[in-house]
Design a protein. Structure first.
Length: 192
């Protein structure tokens, strides 16, 4: 059993954390061992914020995600892209995809596709290097996409024939071209 391998101090710290889930945040980093941190994040996912960088590992991150109070706010605290990706996908099944992916680091093409399929507005959260013509088309084809989504499409994709065609079919003729309007005339004195 794991308890037999724990030091007396770890056992004492674990007992304190189990009595008060907020105790972990007040502890010295030197007492936040992997075993104590594992129990702390299970007691409250919010404790993941206080796990020292030298101690954090995949098991601690997964335990935090299994905590009863875990939500998408802990995503930026998870330093493992694969775990963050799995978690974002899971959270987006029940929570707003835009909110979930605003906390996540979109790290690969598949994650970007998952986000944009759930919510066209997620296109603005995708790092520029991951944006493709297909991703822009996916955003425009989303049932809830509106003209604001056009503003999230990088300039280099706006003239793509497929992107233009989808935008024109959905929003009318030439929606991507920016209208140039004259600045409003100000009333007042003019200098001649």
């Amino acid at each position: 059993m794991i308890m037999s391998k724990l030091t007396d101090r770890e056992q004492w710290d674990i007992q304190k954390v189990l009595e008060d889930k907020f105790h972990f945040a007040t502890m010295s980093d030197r007492h936040k061992t992997a075993a104590v941190s594992l129990v702390a994040v299970f007691a409250s996912a919010d404790n993941l914020e206080y796990v020292p960088d030298a101690v954090i590992n995949r098991d601690i991150c997964r335990m935090a995600l299994s905590s009863s109070d875990a939500d998408c706010r802990i995503l930026p605290l998870i330093p493992y892209p694969d775990i963050q990706k799995e978690s974002a996908k899971k959270f987006s099944e029940t929570d707003s995809a835009f909110v979930v992916y605003s906390f996540a680091d979109i790290s690969d093409v598949q994650m970007a596709q998952d986000a944009v399929r759930k919510d066209a507005y997620c296109l603005q959260l995708v790092p520029d290097k991951l944006i493709t013509t297909d991703l822009c088309k996916t955003a425009l084809q989303h049932p809830d996409a509106d003209k604001k989504v056009l503003g999230f499409i990088p300039e280099r994709f706006r003239n793509d024939p497929d992107v233009k065609k989808i935008a024109e079919e959905k929003f009318g003729s030439k929606p991507i071209e920016k209208e140039i309007s004259q600045p409003p005339k100000k009333k007042g004195l003019s200098i001649n």
